[in-house]
Design a binder for this molecule. Structure first.
Ligand code: CDP
Length: 222
């Protein structure tokens, strides 16, 4: 069904700026936006609340199937409670990457992710948007930056939100998360064969958004 609707898939490692770039590209095109990482964060949060261990694949997947997750006006609701701030912590990022290794959980979240694909189009950001969830995407972008630049961006982001931040531990955490995301058996973080590589070390957010939009215009002109 979603094949007829244009999808821009933006994948890449943690703190590469994908989320901001994807949201701005979606706004510019009037497309919907899917923050797939938020779903894994919600699952980490919900399982922790229920005392389900993050390494218990079946229990994590069963818990996820029973959740009511809603995105409204940029906020995320779990069973009608706004948990947007709770899931944005470093602890939930880490938890998300631990639950995300489980194939039964990934399978349980496929339909929900497909449901975001509505006319006139979708910009989806994550790790496996172009490889697994939307393999027929019109445009696939692999957005990345060096580990140091990403650690610095995450550091600035946390400081900006008045949260405690330590550059060295953020760097170590990112390296650990990258290794887990790339090394897992189920939907590992890899660049799709037909993706455009977008290195953002020396690009501003708006320059990166423009590259995405230019690539999209080129694709639809063909
Ligand atoms: O904000 P950050 O880029 O650090 O992470 P995120 O996009 O919110 O995703 C959190 C974690 O969820 C990642 O480290 C991945 O392990 C996992 N994830 C995934 O496995 N597949 C996706 N499509 C999106 C996120």
């Amino acid at each position: 069904m979603y094949n007829a609707i244009p999808v821009i898939a933006i994948d890449g490692p943690s703190a590469s700026g994908k989320g901001t770039v994807a949201q701005l590209a979606a706004d510019a095109l009037g497309f919907a936006y899917l923050d797939s990482g938020a779903l894994y964060r919600v699952v980490a949060f919900a399982t922790q609340q229920k005392n389900i261990a993050w390494d218990n694949a079946e229990a994590v997947a069963e818990c996820a199937k029973a959740l009511s997750i809603q995105f409204k006006n940029g906020q995320i609701y779990l069973n009608n409670a706004d948990i947007s701030d709770e899931i944005r912590t470093e602890a939930m990022g880490k938890g998300a990457s631990q639950v995300a290794i489980h194939a039964p959980l990934r399978a349980a979240l496929v339909e929900l992710q497909h449901s975001f694909c509505k006319p006139p189009g979708l910009v989806a950001d994550g790790r496996d948007m172009g490889t697994v969830i939307f393999p027929e995407a019109e445009l696939k972008i692999f957005l990345t930056a060096s580990t140091e630049v990403r650690a610095n961006r995450r550091y600035q982001q946390l400081i900006g939100k008045n949260q405690a931040a330590n550059y060295e531990s953020i760097l170590l955490d990112l390296q650990e998360r990258d290794a887990r995301d790339k090394g897992r058996a189920s939907a590992p973080l890899i660049m799709a064969k037909n993706a455009v590589l977008l290195e953002t070390d020396h690009l501003t957010i708006s320059e990166a958004v423009n590259v995405v939009l230019q690539n999209y215009q080129q694709k639809i002109r063909k």
